[in-house]
Design a protein around this ligand. Sequence first.
Ligand code: ZN
Length: 411
Amino acid sequence: MSKTKEQIEQHIEALAQFTATPGSGTTRLTYSQEDLHARNYIKEQMKASGLHVSEDGFGNIFGKLEGSIPDAPSVMIGSHFDSVPNGGAYDGPAGVVAALEVAKLFQKNDLKPKYPLEIIALVEEEGSRFGGGLMGSRGITGVLSEADFNSLKDRDGVSTVEAMQKIGLDPSLPKGRDPKTMKAFLELHIEQGPILEEKNIPIGVVDAIVGLTQYEVTVKGQAGHAGTTPMDRRADALIAASKIISQLPELAVEEGNGTVLTVGRLNVFPNGANVIPDKVVFTIDLRSGKEEHVLNVIEKMKECINTHQGSGIEIMAEEQLYIQPKALNENIRALLEDKSKESNVSYCSINSGAGHDAMIFSDFTDVGMLFIPSKAGLSHCPEEWSDSNHIAKAAEIFYEAAKDLTEVEEE
Ligand SMILES: [Zn+2]
């Protein structure tokens, strides 16, 4: 295990060097020079573990250990290797590095799987260069069409295709792949939140990727002079909005089960110091791991809003976004829990509050996901840190799970 930990640290350190902002965190935008250097490193490591290395027309990297059954679907393990500007060294790479370790262990123990093992390193999960995010996984699964991919440009007007060619990638290579070529996908990711660290548990087995609902609420009142309108004659949109906003967090707390609610944007009109506000627009962002919790809170939220209607106040709540929670595959979840137990690693169930490549793959294949603690819950900043012992534990669990899923013949 200590050897694994050492190798993991080396990989993390090596990848962290490929940053456009040395000394200020990891900045590795897709198809940049830093991407090229990290890509070459990952490909070398894949080759050193005896994998057959290839890239697709998006620049995603695949390292494959063939199975004995011809054309059998792959057990894929991996994550992304791009970063946000001035991000950390673990968001993405932790999962790539754990996957590399699984391949190394297959090689070291000379395992012969029936189903192929495929280590994957994905591009542009963060969307920091071309927007949208999850580009690699959306591309592989065909959620992102080739035409849409070709039309994407970065802030300087450079297209995806031009940027790929600039670092020697070939956009004419095959892009999407048939779901029939995928048996399962496993992803390790840093938690990016404080739960595992606070509980002092090294592994979170992800139950579900939370659903996301966003509402825009418009509160209309009556504008008036701040000096001449008596207090009892007012229909102040901001007062009504603030009464509602102050009641909303309690709805998520009452619902529990990790439900979270945020009012992150508030616009006041006309926004003058001496004018009673006649309109306020604010957003509600609601997330939970089970749809029933999302629906419960939406209903209570509407009730709360309705109690503030009238007396010159008119309120409208409009749904802007509704993404269903995604429960991850039950069998794989159970397998990861069993392997954690067998490896004497303590674990707990956890929801993922952020979208990940695993979420995209879950519509096409059986997906399992592990989280490891994030120091102080921080991510997307240079201070982002996770313990390589925890990455090693996750790699061990994935190794044991991959042996089952690929149906290794003999050890
Ligand atoms: Zn990530």
